[in-house]
Write a protein that binds this ligand. Sequence first.
Ligand SMILES: N[C@@H](CCC(=O)N[C@@H](CS)C(=O)NCC(=O)O)C(=O)O
Length: 139
Amino acid sequence: MDYSKPLVLVVLVATVFVIRRFFGSIFGTMAASPETVQKVQAMIKDNKIFVASKSYCPYCQATVKLLFEDKKLSKEQVLLLQLDTMKEGSAIQDALQEITGQRTVPNIFIAGKHIGGNSDIQALESSGKLDALLQKALA
Ligand SMILES: N[C@@H](CCC(=O)N[C@@H](CS)C(=O)NCC(=O)O)C(=O)O
């Protein structure tokens, strides 16, 4: 029997796995490590408001303006991570994708509840529901 074809397939699958695991950032996504997922979950739990952002992102800037300027929240009340300025920023983004299914930034949590992105928090503001959520979270 000719074993060369299955062997080639196994080698191919293993190669793809290794490339994805170790060079995942080339493709923009990588499986998050359980340690980072745990670390991100703890940050979400330990902070009343958690925002994963990127400093150059206009959607993030709109969220930051809404929270810090319009709602006058302080840095003590909001944990704002600028992922693009952090060594472990990509790993945190991978973990957030695993936790929420959302890869884009901003990725917002209020009182541990996943809100979504900028359009979601702006929609809460437009519908008049954001203030109550913030008040409850900060009480
Ligand atoms: N509809 C989303 C749009 C967010 C979005 O597209 N963000 C871009 C950055 S400006 C993003 O996350 N791109 C992928 C990445 O940076 O990895 C929202 O309102 O938050």
